[in-house]
Design a binder for this molecule. Structure first.
Ligand SMILES: C[S@@+](CC[C@H](N)C(=O)[O-])C[C@H]1O[C@@H](n2cnc3c(N)ncnc32)[C@H](O)[C@@H]1O
Length: 256
């Protein structure tokens, strides 16, 4: 068996925060360092906010996540606020300049009602002109086709134990993809299997949700180097703005 705490530790091994090797990490860290007050929704183990503090961020940093074990790892740093809850639970009143959802956490918002309530809550925690930055995998790239045991990842955990992490898609229904993540010993003994469903919204549907909640889509990119979305893009990286009458943060690019 692999405990929830061990699974959270494994997450950090599989997806270490690394701005030199991962352009998505560099993309978000730049935004965080330029904002005074940041809420990271679906913060997981808190790696991005940890790194922001280490890099010298002196403002307010808050991480929000419903997963207790992930949040417990995040709490290793005590100079950041950590709050248990979902995106829809966010209930600060116009306190943040930037809200982020990294690591495709946005795709965990699988039904229309939860997605709408989450966007309403995120909009409400942003100051006038504040921005919501997140990415979702573009459905045209069908990323789930790579989620099969042939692409399993081998890691060595901190105790020196070898582990294999493999994914397997169970169903693709409309824009919902349900898959399992299985962690096993090299001899095939299964330690843990988790099941998850992610939503793959296309740009028009995504933007209808955003504008329907009162966001303005300031910029949308197809990769981490600020290229616009094309018919081969794998990501939809969005910067949406809370419109308002206060200080407006200039957009980084025009949506076109
Ligand atoms: C793939 S992890 C990404 C973690 C982190 N943002 C990163 O970049 O490493 C997705 C996270 O979203 C969280 N999550 C799932 N449903 C959520 C919801 N409704 N609201 C906010 N976070 C959610 C999970 O608990 C998990 O920590």
């Amino acid at each position: 068996m692999l405990s929830d705490d061990a699974a959270a530790a494994l997450y950090d091994l599989l997806y270490p925060w690394d701005t030199t090797r991962r352009p998505d990490d560099a993309f978000y860290l730049d935004l965080v360092m330029a904002a005074e007050a940041v809420l990271d929704v679906g913060c997981g183990t808190g790696s991005m906010l940890h790194r922001a503090r280490e890099t010298g961020h002196r403002g307010r940093l808050v991480g929000l996540d419903p997963d207790r074990a992930m949040l417990d790892r995040a709490r290793r740093r005590t100079d950041i606020e950590w709050v248990a809850g979902t995106a829809a639970d966010a209930c600060w009143a116009q306190e943040f300049d930037l809200v982020t959802m990294t690591g495709h956490a946005f795709q965990c918002l699988v039904d229309d009602d939860e997605l709408h309530r989450s966007l309403v809550a995120i909009r409400a925690v942003l100051r006038h002109g504040g921005r919501f930055a997140f990415e979702t995998r573009h459905p045209q790239a069908r990323a789930w086709q790579d989620w099969n045991p042939a692409n399993a990842t081998d890691v060595t955990d901190p105790t020196g134990r070898s582990l294999r992490v493999a994914h397997r898609v169970e169903s693709v229904t409309g824009d919902l993809v349900t898959f399992t993540e299985t962690t096993s010993h090299p001899d095939g003994t299964i330690l843990r299997t988790d099941r998850a469903t992610l939503r793959f919204l296309d740009p028009p549907t995504l933007n209808a949700f955003l504008t329907g909640t009162g966001f303005i889509v300031d910029a949308q990119y197809g990769d981490w180097h600020h290229q616009l979305i094309t018919d081969t893009s794998r990501e939809i990286i969005t910067i949406a703005r809370q419109p308002g009458t206060g200080v407006i943060i200039p957009p980084v690019a025009t949506f076109g």
